[in-house]
Design a protein around this ligand. Structure first.
Ligand code: ADQ
Length: 466
């Protein structure tokens, strides 16, 4: 359907919340993509005649604005060179590693920065065109950190919020960035800047004092031109009802029992579900599990690991290297400890339907979430939501944002400490039913009362109500 007019609520994100579906006759339609953000914002979209500004995911793709699911969609085109420099380059090979503790060395290239700036300007112009007088604009994530200030220049009448889904690094790391002042000034164009963790908001505030002309008191930054910008944590969450609805489906219950059978009904099923990303600590968890098998703390009959590694950013070099490393590690472990029809690690490099993913979560006795750094980690929360049976144990890295909220019920670990990780995995495997139930109750109490809708409501109330 064609659209549109002006909108009083505008979301700006790298990707549009839809995927193109091509029918047999070549005609195309759009299907809402899965994901918490669009689910959370859909009711706000409907209520306020909302628009979403973003890229379709294909090069040089610029369909005219259109409507679907009560949302006006405004496509921002990217050329193949921009995809390479702005998206794969500056976003995913400069900012992503820099903001995740430099696990991989960030690359600094001036032509990537130029593309980042140009693309951010294009997103800001598109948002400025679609926003009604006095509209609320909600900008998402690290790919678009310049948009708040660029948009404010074009449209000082707007109320602008920004949310960063990934960590915000401390001074010692952020200071490396040749364009640190420009990024901070970009963010300071917002009225409210949201982070996953309190520490990230603190990092941002002290960095603005150090590298811009702003001054700060508590979490309020006073800009050189006299505006106040607030910074605060808004820990993101999941669509709890999506998971609990799936869990209650007979197919999912049956599938979960099947999966356990298919992997040889071991006493303990350990599960990891991650994008194949070097931030997720997949290698560390495999190493710890391998050493447990090597030391005969557990046998391959007793414990099996399932590792889902979703293909991700496959054109970025560090991701190609990581894939080789992980697959080598899995191959070695299976060569060493597996038997015919009975690998020690079931490694699945694939994307899955939600029902299959939830079936896996229900099968896992121990969910192993060991990122070296993670903004939040939704998989940890999805596991908790899936355990309506109050069983299972969550091993969670203290470097995931989720540790702030789930630290009491989860087994917290430092994934760099391989001995600690081994001890924790064993403790989680050997947990008594009563303790598992008590921990899971505690975890569920938090996750069920803090879902994605609450996150969106909290952020927008703080933005609009100031
Ligand atoms: P991600 O780094 O992608 O997100 P995460 O928070 O775990 O990480 O979200 C991944 C999502 O993808 C989950 O909903 C998960 O169920 C789904 N998923 C994973 N593997 C899948 C597969 N094989 N098939 C289908 N679905 C799969 C970034 C930040 C995080 C932050 C989120 C939200 O890096 O720290 O929590 O954004 O802000």
């Amino acid at each position: 359907m064609e659209s549109t007019g002006k909108s009083t609520f505008v979301v700006v994100a790298n990707r549009l919340p839809v995927d193109r579906v091509t029918a047999a006759d070549g005609s195309t339609t759009w299907r809402r993509s899965p994901g918490g953000l669009v689910t959370a914002l859909a009711p706000v979209m409907r209520a306020y005649d909302g628009a979403w500004v973003g890229w379709t995911g294909s090069a040089d793709d610029a369909p005219a604005p259109f409507s679907t699911d009560d949302m006006d969609l405004v496509a921002v085109p990217l050329s193949p060179e921009e995809i390479n420099r702005y998206y794969e380059g500056f976003s995913n090979a400069t900012l992503w590693p820099l903001y995740h503790d430099v696990i991989v060395a960030p690359e600094y290239h001036r032509e990537w920065w130029d593309a980042y700036r140009r693309v951010n300007e294009r997103f800001a112009r598109a948002a400025a065109e679609v926003a009604d007088e006095g509209a609320v604009v909600f900008v998402q994530d690290y790919q678009l950190q310049l948009v708040p200030a660029l948009l404010r220049q074009l449209r000082p009448d707007l109320k602008i919020g920004f949310f960063l889904h990934i960590p915000f690094p401390p001074t010692e790391l952020f200071a490396q960035l040749p364009w640190r002042r420009q990024i901070l000034e970009g963010l300071l164009g917002a009225d409210l800047v949201g982070f996953q963790r309190e520490g990230a908001a603190d990092n941002f505030v002290s960095l603005t004092e150090r590298y811009t002309d702003a001054t700060a008191e508590d979490r309020r930054v006073r800009t050189a031109d006299g505006r106040t910008v607030r910074a605060r944590q808004f820990p993101i969450s999941i669509d709890v009802s999506e998971i609990t609805d799936l869990v209650s489906e007979p197919d999912v219950v049956m599938r979960s029992a099947h999966i356990r059978d298919e992997i040889g009904s071991p006493k303990h099923v350990l599960l990891g579900v991650d994008r194949l990303d070097y931030t997720k600590g997949i290698g560390h968890r495999l190493k710890a599990f391998g050493e447990l098998l090597a030391g005969e703390d557990i046998t391959p009959d007793e414990a099996v690991m399932v590792q889902v590694a979703t293909p991700s950013r496959e054109r970025v070099e560090a991701y190609q290297t990581l894939r080789d490393e992980i697959e080598l590690q899995v191959g070695r472990m299976n060569g060493e400890y597996g038997r015919i029809g009975q690998p020690a690690v079931h490694y699945l490099h694939s994307s899955y339907e939600r029902a299959e993913l939830v079936s896996l979560l229900r099968t896992a006795d121990v969910m192993v979430v060991t990122p070296l750094r993670d903004g939040m980690n939704l998989v940890a929360k999805e596991y908790v939501a899936a355990r309506t049976d109050l069983r299972g144990a969550l091993v969670l890295s203290e470097f995931a944002g989720a540790a702030d909220e789930l630290g009491d019920g989860a087994f917290l670990v430092n994934p760099h400490d391989i001995d600690g990780l081994k001890r924790t995995l064993l403790a989680a495997m050997r947990i008594e039913d009563a303790e598992a139930e008590q921990r899971m109750k505690q975890l569920r109490e938090h996750v069920l009362t803090h879902d994605i809708t609450r996150w969106a409501d909290d952020f927008l109330a703080a933005l609009i109500g100031d």
